[in-house]
Design a protein around this ligand. Structure first.
Ligand SMILES: Nc1ncnc2c1ncn2[C@@H]1O[C@H](COP(=O)(O)OP(=O)(O)OP(=O)(O)O)[C@@H](O)[C@H]1O
Length: 814
């Protein structure tokens, strides 16, 4: 104790001097020499920092700058992990830190980073002194923000190096950074490509969510990063589910790491005030339960975890269209970085909101005041459960609720959870209170092709994710009622699950042959599927094709508004609602066809494109050829495709497999001659046809002129119907006399003088003003009625004399 007190005083003096030194640099070296002495004897500090004696951050030998910033951000009392880890870290020890979610691990490594670099007089010119690696961009961003808060009084430069940002911008500044917060991929990219990046002086390496950073997903990247780092460094590993794997630790070449786990003896592995529940339901009930939950928690902040990006996308898009009355957000890896950041910030800011997310958001993210964490799909393992559930009930007295949704066969995971000190209780949902507008969803999907595709992708991605799970005791794709699942998503026709069909087929074949080890084939298939699932691009076309199996008519549920998960029903009747009905657990229906559907060899419809091609090739049908038939059924050859040259014919007869380029070019030249000749002929014929048409048109035009202009004689009107003028007016002579007379009369006498006229009339017998004469030898019916009408009109308008003159003229011309 005495020694401790002495050391404390020593350090207090040093600290004061360090602050003082900021103003007076002349004494700097003397003081740092003192700190160096302490560093050389770490056990001195170890004795000095007794975790149980630490009440506030002031009790640590921290710089005033750090203490001030901590105070400003209301960090007064250190949490358990901070109390235990900071001391060891300040001594330069490698640390394996494990503590419950939301227990403040971030500060447990950020404070030592600041203090160690500060004590080492790190400056901008010294380059990268500390690197913090986080598995996700969002978490890296969050750590960076915390660092800015608690380290703003220090002179260090810090950089956030994550994917999706401007690489050029980062590249120029990398050599000036003292503390880097990064994701593995981007860090390695700089190590590989950026000549300005130098981390040879690195002092501290931190892996947040260390078990995730070191797992299979990042294995190669992390190995490459570690190779590029100086072996002499301090390494700190933190996670709520810490790795103890010797292999992992060996990879990091930790030297006698100190295991810091303040909650190891705790009764629970999850936060104290986290209320954890689970329900068991059928696969087709999950979607409606989720919808009902959201509708009944409109004034809360909920986070829903789903297995795949595509499920998140579909649920988000569909629920937005259904308008639940609360703001909805979706966060998943395939989103653009800017969007991801925006959604992350929005979810942090809002208080009544639902965020659908993949496991991208399951680790480390410190969303404030989340009321509910719903694990819509069963987590891969206990660790994933812990991290997901830990997004609520965070901080010192944080409270929250968790709900795990399980399918009947997934209930086994509860045993594992309980074994791992996770207190979880079963609750029951009153089925009568569950509702979803399924008809509306179906009609939305039928109207919106894009949404339907998203639904199909969501369906497929879920099935694939289950198929790829390691733990086959819990995740068994063959126990999924895929038809019911598809219907619950609004898909009347379930998409075909071809990979399963292939898998089952190969398994059956191998069984028949007595081959035990089919692992290689399955592994290949799995690798392909997992790469599909991870990829940003759309699923293969095949996955979106509808299945051959005809779906049953979709059942609709009554829409009943009230819903309460806390309404635990103990009555046996209520319990039955969620018991597994064996007939609904159709093992093979969706995956393997029914016996009736099993295709016989003859009538089998090929299910894949390869099978179709094989069938076509077998039937010796020439693909991509067109046969034209004439009217009499004779085959008409395709002139274009027929070879004309002798060389071409010879080539066709040879049926050569290999291609001789020179010969081919010669052949093409020969064929080209024929083609050109054919083309010339066609042009000629076209010109000829055009000329002919022009001629015809000209003729037609002339004909039209005849009709309406000078009429030809032959086409003249038929005047045979007119009465014989000799009969009517006497002989030709009489006629000539009368004509002369009348003309002179008309000229000499006033035509209007009636007396004269009457006299003349007496001399000449004039027929009364006549109508069209109906002569006996010309039957009226034989005359064109239109002509008759026309003549009647003309004659009615003429005076007798005019009519006579006209008639005479006509006769003359005849
Ligand atoms: N000493 C402290 N006093 C008060 N609040 C604190 C303290 N340390 C951390 N916190 C707060 O607790 C919350 C959780 O901290 P942090 O995110 O570091 O937890 P974590 O252990 O890293 O969680 P996870 O395991 O989920 O990554 C944060 O909001 C943080 O501000």
């Amino acid at each position: 104790m005495e020694e401790n007190k002495k050391l404390k005083n020593e350090v207090a003096t040093l600290k004061n001097n360090i602050e003082y030194l900021d103003k007076d640099s002349r004494k700097r070296n003397v003081i740092f020499h003192g700190i160096d002495e302490l560093e050389e004897n770490p056990h001195k500090l170890l004795k000095l920092i007794v975790p149980d004696e630490i009440k506030t951050f002031k009790d640590f030998p921290l710089s005033q700058r750090t203490l001030k910033a901590l105070k400003e951000n209301n960090y007064i009392t250190p949490t358990d992990i901070q109390r235990q880890a900071i001391g060891y870290a300040l001594q330069g020890k490698d640390i394996l830190g494990a503590a419950k979610t939301g227990s403040g691990k971030t500060l447990a490594f950020l404070i030592p980073i600041l203090e160690i670099l500060f004590c080492k007089k790190w400056t901008r010119l010294d380059g990268v002194g500390a690197v913090v690696i986080s598995p996700t961009r969002e978490l890296a961003y969050q750590i960076y923000e915390t660092l800015r808060k608690v380290g703003y009084l220090h002179d260090f430069s810090a950089g956030l190096i994550i994917g999706g940002q401007n690489l050029k911008f980062e590249r120029k500044r990398m050599d000036q950074m003292n503390i880097l917060i990064c994701t593995p991929g981007r860090l390695l990219q700089h190590m590989d490509e950026n000549p300005l990046f130098d981390c040879s002086h690195l002092q501290i390496l931190v892996l947040d969510e260390a078990d995730r950073c070191l797992d299979m997903g990042f294995e190669a990247t992390m190995n490459a990063i570690i190779e590029n780092l100086p072996p002499k460094r301090q390494t700190l590993l933190f996670s709520a589910t810490q790795t103890k794997s010797v292999k992992d630790l060996a990879r990091l070449s930790l030297s006698f790491p100190t295991y810091v786990a303040p909650h190891e003896q705790a009764t629970t592995a999850t936060p104290e005030f986290l209320q954890q529940n689970y329900i068991v339901c059928k696969i087709d009930e999950k979607f409606s339960i989720l919808w009902s939950f959201i509708k009944n928690h409109l004034k809360q902040k909920s986070l829903v975890f789903m297995a795949t990006c595509k499920q998140v996308k579909y649920t988000y898009e569909l629920f937005c269209k259904l308008r639940p009355g609360i703001s909805l957000l979706a966060l998943y890896g395939t989103l653009h970085q800017e969007k991801r950041e925006k959604i992350y910030r929005e979810f942090c800011r809002k208080s009544n909101v639902v965020l659908f997310a993949t496991d991208l958001a399951s680790r480390g993210l410190d969303f404030p005041k989340v009321n509910w964490v719903i694990q819509y799909d069963c987590p891969e393992d206990v660790d994933t459960y812990i991290h997901r559930a830990g997004r609520t009930a965070r901080g010192v007295f944080g409270k929250g609720d968790g709900l795990l949704m399980l399918l009947p066969h997934e209930e086994k995971i509860v045993e594992d959870l309980r074994k791992n000190k996770i207190p979880i209780n079963q609750i029951f949902v009153d089925a009568s209170k569950v509702m979803i507008p399924l008809r509306k969803i179906e009609s939305l999907l039928s109207d919106n092709g894009e949404l339907k595709k998203t639904a199909q992708r969501a369906f497929m991605s879920y099935i694939k994710s289950i198929y790829l799970m390691k733990n086959k005791d819990i995740f068994n794709v063959q126990l999924l009622d895929t038809d019911a699942f598809s219907r619950s998503l609004g898909l009347i026709v379930p998409p075909a699950i071809k990979f399963m069909y292939k898998y089952n087929k190969s398994a059956t074949e191998n069984n028949v042959l007595g081959i035990q080890d089919t692992n290689d084939a399955i592994k290949k298939l799995k690798a392909k599927l997992s790469s599909d699932e991870r990829s940003d691009g759309s699923e293969s076309e095949a996955d979106n094709e509808p299945v051959v199996v005809v779906a049953e008519e979709t059942k609709t549920k009554k829409e009943i508004p009230l819903f309460d998960f806390h309404n635990v029903k103990v009555g046996s009747d209520e319990k039955h609602l969620f018991k597994v009905k064996e007939k609904n657990v159709s093992i093979d229906i969706a995956v393997l066809p029914n016996e009736d559907d099993v295709p016989t060899k003859k009538n089998a419809k090929p299910s894949t494109k390869t099978a179709v091609v094989k069938k076509i090739l077998k039937s010796k049908v020439k693909v991509n050829t067109t046969v034209k038939f004439g009217e009499d059924g004779e085959v008409i050859g395709d002139e274009k495709k027929d070879v004309k040259s002798d060389l071409g014919k010879q080539f066709v007869n040879e049926n050569a497999i290999t291609v001789d380029i020179e010969k081919m070019s010669e052949l093409l030249q020969e064929e080209d001659k024929f083609d050109k000749a054919r083309f010339r002929e066609r042009v000629k014929a076209k010109h000829k046809e055009q000329k002919r048409k022009l001629k015809n048109k000209k003729k037609e035009d002339e004909g039209e002129k005849d009709d309406f202009g000078s009429q030809s004689e032959s086409d003249g009107p038929d005047l045979s119907w007119l009465p014989d003028p000799d009969k009517v007016y006497g002989t030709k002579d009489d006629y000539q006399n009368s004509e002369t007379k009348s003309v002179s009369d008309y000229s000499e006498n006033d035509y209007s003088n009636e007396s004269v006229t009457s006299e003349k009339n007496e001399e000449f017998h004039r027929p009364p003003k006549r109508k069209i004469v109906e002569s006996e030898d010309i039957p009226r019916e034989s005359i064109n009625p239109r002509k008759v009408k026309k003549i009647e009109d003309v004659s009615a308008s003429l005076t007798v004399n005019e009519a006579e003159a006209l008639a005479m003229q006509l006769l003359k011309s005849k």
